[in-house]
Design a protein around this ligand. Structure first.
Ligand SMILES: CC(C)=CC(=O)SCCNC(=O)CCNC(=O)[C@H](O)C(C)(C)COP(=O)(O)OP(=O)(O)OC[C@H]1O[C@@H](n2cnc3c(N)ncnc32)[C@H](O)[C@@H]1OP(=O)(O)O
Length: 263
């Protein structure tokens, strides 16, 4: 598989592996704490790959010890209400959630606070056996600010989410998988390989279909069921205008591998 190293950001390592983009959080001294620079660089990298017709899936990972230990507490420590309100802190993360191509989070070690929220902004979470998920903001006297109260509650249900938010308890990988937060758990040394393998599988599908699938599934989080189902039906109708629909169905009937053209 062709590997290509892209221009380096300060807080990230960015590379491509064939049709997959791999973004590695890289602030080892701070356990990948997410400062404003990391937010801007992540948004820039995902925007870049979203526009790149050669990329079909994006994987975001961290180190073995920490996916990300949260938003940068040292950066937030001296901010006042007026500082964060006027600068609309964390609104920049919304850009990441507007990425239209599928994103996989490969999580090893700590995914706390903003780290857990970043993983949940992705479409699939794969975890290593050492992964630890939590929203410990309550211990800092604050609440999550990157979507955690909404996404964790939707992922694992109100009672369990409330227990985690209100106590700051951390969940291990096995519990995260049982709760539906995580799709699969792997030994540490297989995590990235498995995430990249799934990303390659996704990138080999029809790109309009994977993008529309993501858009339709995400509607279920944003609108009521009836509106979501209407949206899904319209997206389903419109995908019948693609060549990839014709190719995919013909390939099935003809018992061959489809050759998608992303059109
Ligand atoms: C408030 C909102 C809206 C969102 C948030 O995300 S708040 C942050 C939520 N996360 C946390 O509260 C976790 C904070 N970190 C820890 O509790 C611990 O670091 C640990 C349990 C994850 C790991 O403990 P360990 O003893 O193994 O490592 P440390 O010595 O504590 O950390 C190493 C190094 O990293 C710095 N660090 C860790 N997390 C953060 C963070 N979230 N922000 C800024 N810096 C962080 C830590 O200070 C230390 O650096 P120094 O050696 O320079 O002190």
């Amino acid at each position: 598989m062709a590997e290509q190293q892209l221009n380096q950001a300060e807080t990230l390592l960015i590379e491509t592996r064939g049709r997959v983009a791999l973004i590695t959080l890289n602030r080892p001294g701070a356990l990948n704490a997410l400062n404003r620079q990391a937010m801007q660089e992540l948004a820039e990298a995902t925007r870049h790959f979203d526009r790149d017709p050669n990329i079909g899936c994006i994987v975001i990972t961290g180190s073995e010890k920490a996916f990300a230990a949260g938003a940068d507490i040292k950066e937030m420590q001296h901010q006042s209400f007026m500082d964060v309100y006027l600068a609309d802190w964390f609104s920049g993360w919304e850009e990441l959630t507007r990425t239209r191509k599928p994103m996989i989070a490969a999580v090893s070690g700590y995914a706390l606070g903003g780290g857990c929220e970043l993983a949940m902004m992705c479409d699939i979470i794969y975890a290593s056996e050492t992964a630890k998920f939590g929203q410990p903001e309550i211990k800092l006297g604050v609440i999550p600010g990157m979507g955690g109260t909404q996404r964790l509650t939707l992922a694992i249900g109100k009672s369990k989410a409330m227990e985690m938010f209100l106590t700051g308890r951390v969940m291990d990988a096995a519990e995260a998988e049982r709760s539906g937060l995580v799709a699969k758990v792997f030994p540490v040394d297989r995590l990235l390989e498995e995430a990249l393998k799934t990303a390659e599988t996704i990138a080999a599908m029809s790109m309009p279909a994977t993008m529309m699938m993501k858009e339709a599934v995400n509607r279920s989080f944003e609108v009521c069921l009836a509106e979501g189902i209407r949206f899904e039906r319209r997206a389903f109708h419109s995908i019948f205008a693609t060549q990839d629909k014709a190719e995919g169905m013909s390939a099935f009937v003809e018992k061959r591998t489809p050759n998608f053209s992303n059109s």
